[in-house]
Ligand binder design. Structure first.
Ligand code: CP
Ligand code: NVA
Length: 310
């Protein structure tokens, strides 16, 4: 098994993450200046999707195009992962041909299984447990706005038992960020993730608190973050969730409890009137499209790092 996979945001040490951010910053500057380094010429990324995507597919595919490589998109119906063919056989066959694999899966165990049997690096493009690529781009975005990461307060309001929340908590623990999360009772982070984030925070100088009161979580925050209340795979619970999460909408009133220069973040897709008020996501504090764009720059740097090209 190739030891360089990216399945969890904790797979990288802080120095590796910093190196990826530097490379992402460089690649962003270059592409904005119209310069394209064709350093992935002849390399192929295989993208396996069990769920829909806009940003993840576009950013990976465009990354490969701009770096001179190629990306192949495999839709859920193309390969029937684990149905038409076992996950391990898909990994073995795909990794005999492609140079790197990205997979978006329902169960986290599926992407772990792919990595276990792949001869080439495997990237988690979102599972039920984590969304590490999103968080790489988000950290890049926060650093662009706040010029630092350690010591900031990052508040998440909404579904705690959620891939984005989990990866944010773990990243905060690694990087010395003070992470607070407000979720309804019964929708807190998975205990093993909360424990891991708390443990990491102890050595980095960060902290982690879980509360049910959104005002408490958001007070004095530098960053206020939310995500959909109904993640892919949770659709059957839609009616129930809309009721339970209603007091957790990020409104202009809630944003007033954060620092005056706080930024608002959302990984997208967003549902205005549910997890966020339109005036917040479309307002001056929102950086959601910087986050979306930074998926491209962060993932280019990620692929380049995993392929050992620079
Ligand atoms: N944020 C994100 O991963 O978007 P997609 O689901 O559209 O890829
Ligand atoms: N938590 C969301 C993220 C979408 C990018 C989901 O899993 O659907």
């Amino acid at each position: 098994m190739n030891k360089h996979h990216f399945l969890s945001i904790t797979d990288f040490t802080v120095p590796v993450m910093e190196r990826i951010f530097e490379e992402a910053h460089e690649l962003k500057k270059e592409v904005k200046a119209g310069k394209l380094r064709k350093i992935l010429s002849g390399k192929t990324l295989i993208m396996i999707f069990e769920k829909p995507s806009l940003r993840t597919r576009l950013s990976f595919e465009i990354s490969m195009t701009q770096l001179g490589g190629h990306a192949i998109y495999l839709a859920p119906s193309d390969i029937g992962l684990g149905v038409r063919e076992s996950v391990s056989d898909v990994a073995k066959a795909a990794s005999r041909m492609g140079d790197i694999i990205m997979a978006r899966t329902f169960k986290h165990e599926t992407v772990v299984e792919l990595a276990r049997h792949s001869h080439v690096p495997v990237i988690n493009g979102l599972s039920d447990m984590e969304h590490p690529c999103q968080i790489l781009a988000d950290l890049l975005t926060i650093a662009e706005y706040k010029e630092k990461l350690a010591g900031l307060k990052l508040a998440f309001v909404g579904d705690g038992e959620n891939n984005v929340t989990h990866s944010l908590a773990l990243a905060s623990g690694l990087l010395g960020i003070h992470f607070s999360v407000a979720s309804p009772k019964g929708y807190a982070m998975l205990p093993q993730v909360a424990q891991a984030a708390t443990k990491l925070a102890k050595t980095s100088g960060g902290s982690m608190i879980q509360v049910t009161n959104p005002v408490r979580a958001v007070t004095d925050a530098d960053v206020v973050y939310t995500d959909t209340w109904i993640s892919m795979g949770d659709e059957a619970e839609k009616t129930k969730r809309l009721q339970i999460f209603a007091p957790y909408q990020v409104t202009q009133k809630l944003m007033k409890h954060a620092k005056p220069d706080a930024i608002f973040m959302h990984d997208l897709p967003a549902y205005r009137g549910n997890e966020v008020a339109a005036e917040v996501i479309d307002g001056a504090q929102s950086v959601v499209f910087d986050q979306a764009e930074n998926r491209l720059h962060a993932q280019k740097a990620l692929v380049v790092y995993l392929l050992g090209v620079v």
